[in-house]
Design a protein around this ligand. Structure first.
Ligand code: ADP
Length: 270
């Protein structure tokens, strides 16, 4: 009897292990499919600008003599596409790192007033090309937070880039920086295509793009907002959005204020 009991226990264990192994196997298969899909997506994203850059260069080389102005235009497009490629590569490196290890942040006191003003200036050029006006409403003095300046700039770039890309020509982008109790809040409002209400939650998921965005712009990866979200999470901050389709969107970022000012920054701890 004891033998039979022992055997039953063993058999039960074997069955459990087999079940667990099958489950793991299924999970591995799913992960492999997801990995291949991701690589296919990103290869596609990288291929498009490369193809266009090569096309521009080949046409310029092969064609008959052109006006200096036309050469300049071709070079300008090549520069813009290279920048886009650089952005994709940065995104890829960032995503590769977040998946495997903790992101490294360089903590410091950051003046959001200065950072926001700088980024708005960078975007002025891009906005002008679409005749979009950019207005900045920020306190005169500094707004101190603890953070990684490059990463926070990256967040502003992602939001500013989206606001420009999803705006209609002639639109207006309003950037506002406020101090609200113990928080700094930064918001960016556009008058662009807006986000369908059923997608508001989903736009922070990797690779998600709304149908209206897919229609308006082919060049998107759906990686910007997830990246912004994870950067802000590491800062103890958050990002929210309100939007109405066909009338515009407001993205708001909140970060804990460093109330005592930069000198009282509690050392550069992680
Ligand atoms: P991408 O812009 O490359 O698609 P993001 O992660 O930055 O990737 O954005 C995800 C999606 O969120 C976009 O595809 C679009 O559907 C929506 N979205 C983001 N910003 C805006 C905006 N300012 N106006 C309208 N839709 C936006």
């Amino acid at each position: 009897d004891k033998l039979r009991e022992g055997r039953a226990v063993l058999e039960k264990r074997v069955a459990e292990r087999t079940f667990e192994l099958n489950r793991l196997n299924e999970e591995l298969k799913r992960m492999d499919i997801a990995r291949r899909e991701f690589l296919a997506d990103i290869s596609h994203e990288l291929r498009t600008p490369i193809t266009v850059i090569r096309g521009e260069a080949e046409v310029t080389l092969r064609g008959q003599e052109r006006e200096a102005e036309e050469y300049k235009d071709a070079l300008q497009r090549i520069v813009e596409l290279s920048m886009q490629l650089g952005k994709y590569v940065n995104d890829l490196m960032f995503l590769a790192r977040t998946e495997t290890a903790n992101l490294q942040f360089e903590w410091d006191s950051v003046d959001l007033s200065e950072l926001v003003a700088g980024v708005v200036e960078d975007f002025q050029v891009m906005a002008e090309e679409k005749s979009i006006s950019v207005a900045l409403d920020a306190p005169a003095g500094p707004v101190w937070v603890r953070g990684d300046k490059q990463r926070l700039r990256q967040v502003l770039f992602i939001l500013g880039d989206n606001a420009c890309r999803y705006s209609n020509p002639g639109g207006r982008i309003t950037v506002a920086l406020r101090m609200d109790g113990s928080e700094a809040s930064f918001s960016l409002t556009d008058q662009g295509i807006g986000i369908p209400s059923e997608d508001l939650e989903r736009i922070f998921k990797r690779h998600f793009r709304s149908r209206n965005a897919l229609h308006a712009r082919e060049d998107g990866t759906g990686l910007g907002l997830p990246m912004a979200k994870s950067i802000l999470k590491a800062h103890g901050g958050r990002i929210t959005v309100t939007s109405a389709e066909n009338s515009g969107s407001t993205f708001t970022v909140s970060l804990p204020l460093l109330t005592a000012g930069p000198d009282h920054n509690p050392s550069h701890q992680k």
